[in-house]
Ligand binder design. Sequence first.
Ligand code: TXA
Ligand code: MG
Length: 318
Amino acid sequence: MDINTSADIEKGAAYLREGRLVAFPTETVYGLGADALNPMAVAKIFELKERPSFDPLIVHIAELSELEKLTVEPDERVLALAERFWPGPLTMVLNKSRIIPDIVTSGLPTVGIRMPDNEIALSLIMTAGCPVAAPSANKFGRTSPTTAAHVRKYFPDIDFIIDGGKTRVGIESTVIGITEYGFRLLRHGVVTREEIETIVPYDNTSKSDVLVIAPGMLKSHYSPAKHMIVSPPGKISESERPKAGLLSFSGQDTENYGRVMLLTQSMDLREYAVNLFEAMHTLEESEVEFIVAEPVPETGIGIAIMDRLRKASWTKKS
Ligand code: TXA
Ligand code: MG
């Protein structure tokens, strides 16, 4: 880590301890962080994001020992998942301990916890000496940021942004709930159901009542400022194409589009995920009138990608 980054981390950690907000990179997307144990600081996140108070935040930790303090008796399944996937893009929703303020969890008895796989994030949390509550650093319902510039676009007056370059994964963490019978998926991400099932069974009993609707399950989310549709690019009429920006997966049927963003060179879903939100930001800032997203195969992390595309393009039927 270079000297500037170390200085930024010191400054960010001091801000967090003072109850101020700091945006920072994780491996998935940038987070808008506050000291998770300081309710006044956490309230500023909801205010700045214009986030409804019913949408709980993820708490980020840097050491496994924090899990014991923030949750009630994590069982051996939880520890096995942590061992396998942390640091990394998996959030576990667990019964919270009393030290977590209600505002963090929107009054729920559970808290989402993860250990991010990013050197800056980990060292910020360690230096601050507190768990860090952080949603993605975007206005509520909008496209998540994968660069510091995206964060600045949403929050020009924010106290401080630590710039760690473009994020490595590009879409938000997988969120799971742990039940008596196994795990439930609350939000798809690059850690897939199959990978998790190698450690803990999938709960398909529909008996568990522990899980509330996660706002990541809202129909509309991640929306760019321009109208977006999911469609094979060849189906859009030739006359409409010049007005449209295309998010391309296959590189095919790109003729006549106003702008073409080829998100992967070799139809690689991981590469596509890394580039998706950045391309959505680029298109919303460009001259195109609307965005066409080519569907991707719904296997592996393609499930998480299609989830983002559908929600970003969802419009209320009138
Ligand atoms: O990759 C990520 O998860 C990023 C980075 C910054 O860590 N964070 C992120 O946070 O995406 P956010 O707030 O944008 O999304 C968190 C999701 C929401 O859908 C929220 O409803 C769900 O996690 N969640 C958090 N706590 C929960 C809980 N106690 N019960 C159910 N869902 C919860
Ligand atoms: Mg978000």
